[in-house]
Write a protein that binds this ligand. Sequence first.
Ligand code: 5GP
Length: 186
Amino acid sequence: METGKLIVITGPSGVGKGTLVRELLARHPQLYLSISATTRSPRPGEIHGKDYYFVSRQEFEQMVQRGELLEWAEYGSNYYGTPRAKVEEILDMGKSVLLEIELVGARAIKETFPEALRLFILPPSTAELERRLRGRGKDSTEAIERRLDRGKVEMAAAGEFDCQIVNDDLDEAIASLEAIIEESYS
Ligand code: 5GP
């Protein structure tokens, strides 16, 4: 993983992207995870500047107008976007950058960075996704319903991505992810 590559990880809410990304970073500390800006409120334990940059709608709109975001999307009545400067800086240094983003943003990246590696994480089944989303207790019932609906739309687009990885057994999913990333460098 020596040369700078943009790696996009997408998948329905609750599929375990966060855990996979954390594991990947722990094994490959040279990878840089982009920290997104969002208008969503922090969940308990989330830290500004670590998990997200938590900004107001007005601040977010200004970032969009100034062209400071590489991509952005609305998700569940909030905005999410990738700050451009840091990603470009890291790529220019020859390092690889991970983006953990939803479908609309991943499509935008395909246009601006056609050489990006775009990976889609699938659950073993929709029923299992629903079980994980409800079980993690992070969102209101209404937000869970919205996330499930959106997840189904996202999963229907999984074929647009370079690779699809089923997150059933965590170790196996990480091994697949690592193998696909390693292969993309050769
Ligand atoms: P959550 O609210 O669960 O943290 O994130 C909701 C969704 O927004 C997830 O699918 C996550 O991958 C996506 N997301 C997080 N940051 C960004 C971003 O910068 N851009 C886009 N397009 N999606 C993002």
